[in-house]
Structure formats: C-alpha cells, structure tokens
Design a protein around this ligand. Structure first.
Ligand code: CUA
Length: 267
C-alpha cells in the first residue's frame, strides 16, 4: 500500500502531524543554535548521586549537582559570580520533582534513577528562585531554593541555610540523628531553622524553651513533653496564628528524643 492509496482525510492528518513534528524539531534546533538556549538532556551514563556538590571546571565555569527530595532542593542556596556558566546536573532521591529556575530557560524534571542536565549562563545580578512545579506530596508548595548572582561574589559557593546551628558546634549523636530525621521525615517542609517568618508551621529556631500562646489562649513553655505531644498529636495544641495542618508522621519514641535534641541546638 502506498501513500496515494490512503484515504484523503487520513492523508491530511498524517501530513499535518509530520509537518508539526518537523516544525518542533526545527524550533528546538533554532533555540539551541541561534538563541543559545540549552536543550535539556538526559545523561544515561552519568553516575547517580544523592548529595549536592559543586566543582569548578574553568574560569567562571561550574558544574553543580542538585538533589531534589521531599521537600527540598540541595543546595538550598548557591552563590555565583556574575557571568558564570553552570552545568546543572539534577537527580531525585525519592519521587518525581520539577526544577524550574525562575528567570531562565532551565526547566527540568528530577526523576529517581536518572540524571538530567541543563546549562545556563547567568549574565545579570539578582536572585533566581528555584521552584518545584510537579506535585510531589504534602510539602510540595514549600519546595524551593535560590541562586544568588552578584558581581561582588568572586567564587561560586554553596551556602547551606539548613545549617542554622553553629557549624563549629559538635552535635551529639542523638542531635545528629535528629537533624537527619528533620529532613527524612519531612519536618523541613513546614518548619524552618533559620527563624524566617511565614512558614506553614513555627520555626524551630529558638523553639526550645520559648513561651508559646495556643489558639485557645493557653500559654506554655516548649519542653520535651510538648514537642513529643506535638509530634504524636499534632493538632491537639495549635500555636496561635497557625493552621491545624500537621499530619501524624510515623516517628518512634527514640526518634522523637533525637529530634528534640536537635531542636535544642537550634538557638
Ligand atoms: Cu517537589 Cu513538588
């Protein structure tokens, strides 16, 4: 059967489909060659990674490995000198996430078991927020990071704002485990550790020993018992100004103790 035997309507459909596909391919080629827009690529032979990292591969030229996980991007904050060219390598530690760098053409999916790549030149000073645009669970809407570009920065560096406690402070084994749980159990989605206002839940900075007023007017001081109760029965006592949205998470007594030890270190 040759093309001329096909029904006229079907022929039209096939022709349009082929033309549209060819048009798309030409637009991608045009974007890559003439507009200097990097075309996102999957790197099938790239080694998988679970930790963020940065390496300098030339003058103003960097490779940054980004990790997406519920519900955070790491590195949380990247400082770049103006004019930097960055190869972004993106992996996921759990489910599918989106990865869009606002103000750029970088728009990738973070897919477990796969490394995706895009390249971007940062010609202008400013903050470039990274957002997750793929629904990935309870903390999806809080999943973000930022890239700060400035001509005052001379060398690219990762500034990890999830490390609110003094980096020189040696954490006890218990607090260290609590710090891991803080990420693994997803607390990080709603509770920040840098004291910033506007979170879904109260900040953990300075939480231990703080006086809090509850919605019903009850005043209490945050101690071990209150933290344990808030994890086990999250909506029993709600701090004034917040919503009863915290889920009951599978956390053991030991884990609660460790999380409490970690909270004590965030002053
Ligand atoms: Cu990650 Cu939405």
């Amino acid at each position: 059967m040759s093309f001329s035997n096909i029904d006229a309507t079907e022929k039209k459909v096939v022709t349009i489909a082929v033309l549209v596909s060819a048009g798309h391919l030409m637009l991608i080629a045009y974007a890559a060659m003439f507009l200097n827009i990097s075309v996102p690529t999957c790197q099938p032979n790239e080694k998988l990674f679970t930790e963020p990292s940065i390496s300098k591969v030339g003058p103003l030229r960097y490779e940054v490995h980004y990790v997406a996980k519920m519900w955070n991007f790491l590195p949380k904050k990247l400082l770049l000198p103006k004019g930097s060219t960055v190869d972004f390598y993106l992996g996921s530690n759990d489910v599918n996430h989106g990865f869009h760098i606002n103000g750029t053409h970088v728009n990738l999916m973070a897919v477990p078991g796969v490394v995706n790549k895009a390249t971007q030149i940062f010609r202008e000073n400013g903050d470039y927020p990274i957002i997750c645009h793929e629904y990935c669970g309870f903390g999806h809407q809080n999943m973000n990071a930022v890239i700060s570009v400035s001509d005052k920065i001379t060398e690219a560096v990762i500034e990890d704002s999830t490390q609110a406690n003094d980096p020189k402070l040696e954490l006890s084994a218990s607090a260290k485990s609590g710090k891991e749980l803080f990420g693994v159990k997803g607390c990080v989605a709603c509770h920040n550790v840098d004291g910033a206002a506007g979170g879904v839940g109260p900040t953990f900075r300075g939480l231990y020993g703080r006086s809090e007023e509850m919605q019903d007017g009850l005043k209490l001081t945050v101690d071990d018992a209150y933290i344990a109760e808030s994890i086990k029965e999250p909506i029993k006592k709600i701090v004034k100004g917040y919503n009863p949205v915290m889920p009951v998470l599978p956390v053991s007594e030991d884990e609660i103790k460790n999380i409490t030890e970690y909270i004590k270190t965030i002053k």
